[in-house]
Ligand binder design. Structure first.
Ligand code: ADP
Length: 314
């Protein structure tokens, strides 16, 4: 890494993915929200920054070993990966139902990633001075125990104190939380510690058990982060930044949406990559929308490398 190269660290869980390709035949890959973002970020780095993934896996099973090899092949650093003896990665399946809808099933209750902040100091806590940009999501928060989350908040506080940039994506999965109230408390803490908030409006409405979009938009716009990006599916993306910047960026036209998986994760990667290449928040939202629009035209979370856009960050 060169002195000017920023080190981006994404925190979360990468799972084994099994997807039906025929009724009784499944294809195996890897997926997880912040992991998807880390892959796209690494593909867009172009020497401006480097990316590492922080998580826990098992110490002696073929899937954990295959994950490590997969991350390394994508150019993702593994120095913050913790190997927990006897534990295993989580797993999810994607089945396409009779009317074409996708059904997800998860086996993650005891996954190694959930224990990243349990027990001894992990390598991220030990080497936090190497982090320039820290990326996490509502899922990264949800999978931790309350005590683990407290350790994460302490880490985020010291990252802030060393002037690292913290980016929080509000990706929400209700079944991972004991209550929406517990999620609200955690999200409030994360927003208070984040420099950039990437907010999917529908997720924020769910967290707040709120109905009114207009009222929610006002609340989100007042969050204490210096940059707030509000994603609203196919509606224009709203960007609020420093010096009173406020822009509405239309999404890219897509004639046929194939699979919405990882749309938001790709947006986050496009946005953050553009910011780290020196683009302004409104241009970064354009890059995020473009990458998301590409990703939703392919099946699965991770599109082939050859399908990545060139000139995205120009
Ligand atoms: P998530 O819940 O994964 O965040 P969203 O529905 O908020 O997904 O969409 C994420 C991003 O994907 C949007 O901000 C936009 O850039 C892009 N996107 C979503 N739907 C469409 C669409 N129909 N056409 C083009 N782009 C879209």
């Amino acid at each position: 890494m060169t002195a000017s190269q920023k080190h981006v660290v994404a925190l979360g869980e990468c799972m084994i993915e099994l997807r039906n390709v025929e009724p009784e035949l499944m294809r195996q890959s890897f997926g997880g929200d912040t992991f998807n973002t880390a892959v796209y970020l690494a593909r867009l780095a172009g020497g401006a920054y480097r990316v590492s993934y922080a998580t826990a896996i098992g110490d002696n099973d073929p899937y954990s070993n295959a994950m490590l090899a997969n991350w390394e092949s994508e150019g993702i650093g593994t120095e913050f990966v913790c190997k927990r003896p006897g534990e295993l990665p989580g797993l999810y399946t994607i089945q396409v139902g009779g009317t074409g809808e996708r059904v997800f099933s998860y086996w993650c209750q005891n996954s190694a990633a959930r224990n990243y902040f349990e027990g001894e100091t992990n390598s991220l806590e030990a080497r936090q001075d190497e982090v320039d940009v820290f990326y996490l999501s509502g899922i990264s928060l949800a999978i931790l125990s309350p005590a683990g989350r407290d350790r994460l908040y302490r880490l985020m506080e010291s990252l802030r104190a060393q002037d690292a940039m913290i980016v929080f994506d509000n990706n929400y999965c209700a079944r991972l939380w004991p209550s929406a109230e517990a999620a609200r408390v955690a999200y409030q803490t994360a927003y208070a510690l984040a420099d950039i908030a990437l907010v999917t409006l529908s997720d924020e409405l769910e967290v707040h058990e709120a109905q009114g979009e207009a009222q929610m938009l006002e609340r989100v716009a007042a969050y204490p982060c210096r940059e707030v990006v509000i994603k609203r599916g196919a509606l224009p993306t709203e960007v609020r930044g420093e010096d009173g910047l406020r822009a509405m960026i239309p999404v890219e036209h897509v004639s046929r949406v194939v699979d919405m998986t990882a749309a938001g994760d790709a947006f986050a990667a496009g946005y953050l990559a553009a910011r780290l290449h020196g683009l302004a928040p409104d241009a970064a939202a354009r890059a995020g929308n473009r990458l998301a629009a590409t990703v939703i035209q392919y099946p699965g979370a991770i599109i082939p490398l050859a399908a990545m856009l060139t000139g995205l960050l120009a």
